[in-house]
Write a protein that binds this ligand. Structure first.
Ligand code: NAG
Ligand code: NAG
Ligand code: NAG
Ligand code: NAG
Ligand code: NAG
Length: 379
């Protein structure tokens, strides 16, 4: 493993040194595999993009996180492609993050894998959908760490709903203002369409092999869970309603809405919320809870805030900025130290996935956990 310090050019003198030097985001939790990451654009020729209004087919960007049993070589790569990093640097500088922070971040991935069947493990599939006005890329570390526990993960950008989506040729699609109830319903329906499309694309051997070389996914239907943050959490439940081949769902801190509140779910579903987001405070959580007919659990994370369930706390911790953020930023990142917060998510998400997709037990999940005293088991 090679860790290097690279200095980026331009305007460095204006900012603290640590934001300017390259910083590697660590893999958190019980890592068992190195992970290879591939990005791809997928076009659904059966669906028009409802946001462009010009008869164009819906195109999305995805990242696959592929656990590699025998990684021959790892390397450092940019956390984000350049236009996205520049966009987010601009956006977050308004919140006190030094300009250049996102451009300075790197991750370590496996880039040289053995071809052919590299593993006898039948890894299940996990599809991820993030918050609105948010890039899928600000969940990369979290998802890399989850994949490292033995899951094939695909994160999905939903263009026009995400604040910025960068395609492979460098073109970007910036977000539209999605705020009316009508817009949010359209965004939810479009996200559900994106997820069921990606699920179905995994049965195409060409695409599955590009995203997960060596796993021969196209020849088997892997067990599948959908995980979402915020609007993505509501999407996870609605996608399960739409697509019965999805085995389980997990909502990180999203309020629930849509038909699923009445229709309910007949497969396992878990809710994890920030401090004081529970069935007692969010009526939509109470409503869905009563309608989950299978295994269910609810957790409250004391000290967490809405964006605790992303890489942002880890990024600010790694940059050494977590203690220095303005109060209004701390309010949406919570007070839990960034490495610990990522470990917490990876631990609870992987225990849930092990239970619903592998042969895990629920004991560790629903018992109190000395490593994570801030997690309160609800209901
Ligand atoms: C993998 O990364 C190493 C180190 O950066 C590099 O030397 C090598 O060429 C890369 N291999 C591929 C196939 O990209
Ligand atoms: C951040 O830095 C970039 C590149 O140096 C510059 O173009 C941009 O205007 C800066 N943004 C802010 C908000 O200062
Ligand atoms: C699988 O995907 C490839 C690449 O997009 C496409 O050319 C091919 O037609 C697809 N195959 C099927 C059976 O849909
Ligand atoms: C959560 O609720 C308790 C009790 O009402 C309150 O003391 C606490 O400040 C709340 N926490 C947050 C983060 O709002
Ligand atoms: C689940 O199966 C794996 C592989 O077959 C085995 O190593 C593991 O011990 C099992 N776990 C439980 C909790 O039974």
């Amino acid at each position: 493993m090679v860790y290097q310090t690279v200095f980026t050019i331009a305007t460095l003198a204006l900012w603290p040194l640590r934001a300017a030097s390259a910083t590697v985001l660590p893999v958190a939790g019980p890592k068992r595999f190195d992970v290879a990451i591939t990005t791809a654009s997928l076009t659904d020729s059966d669906r028009l993009d409802p946001f462009t209004g010009d008869g164009r087919a819906r195109s999305i960007m995805v990242s696959s996180f592929n656990p590699v049993a025998s990684c021959l070589q790892t390397h450092l790569e940019a956390y984000m492609p350049p236009a996205t990093a520049a966009f987010l640097d601009d956006k977050f500088s308004a919140y006190g993050l030094p300009n250049g922070s996102f451009r300075s971040l790197q991750i370590e991935t496996c880039n040289t894998t053995q071809r052919g069947p590299c593993s006898s493990d039948n890894f299940p599939l996990v599809l991820f959908s993030g918050a609105s006005e948010t890039s899928r890329l600000i969940y990369t570390s979290m998802l890399q760490s989850i994949a490292a526990t033995g899951y094939l993960v695909v994160s999905i950008d939903h263009p026009y709903d995400a604040d910025v989506v960068e395609f492979l040729d460098g073109t970007t699609v910036t977000g539209k203002d999605i705020s009316s109830d009508e817009d949010i319903e359209l965004a939810l329906a479009t996200r559900v369409g994106d997820i069921t499309f990606v699920r179905q694309q995994m049965t195409n051997a060409t695409i599955a092999d590009n995203l997960f070389p060596g796993h021969q996914l196209g020849n088997r239907l892997p067990k599948t869970a959908v995980i979402g943050h915020s609007l993505g959490g509501a999407t996870a439940a609605s996608a399960m309603l739409q697509d019965v081949s999805i085995n389980a769902g997990l909502n990180l801190d999203g309020s629930m809405f849509g038909k699923v509140l009445e229709a309910g779910l007949d497969r396992p579903f878990m809710l994890m919320g920030h401090e004081n987001k529970t069935q007692e405070t969010d009526p939509s959580w109470k409503a869905i809870w009563l309608q989950i007919k299978e295994w269910k659990a609810e957790f409250e994370v004391k000290g967490a805030a809405h964006y605790s369930f992303s890489d942002l706390p880890l990024i600010t911790a790694v940059l050494g900025l977590q203690e220095q953020l303005p109060a209004e930023v701390a309010e949406f990142l919570g007070t839990i130290e960034g490495h610990h917060m990522t470990e917490l998510i990876v631990e609870y998400v992987s225990m849930f996935l092990d239970l619903v997709l592998k042969n895990g037990s629920e004991n560790g999940l629903i018992e109190s956990n000395d490593n994570f005293p801030e997690v309160v088991v609800g209901a």
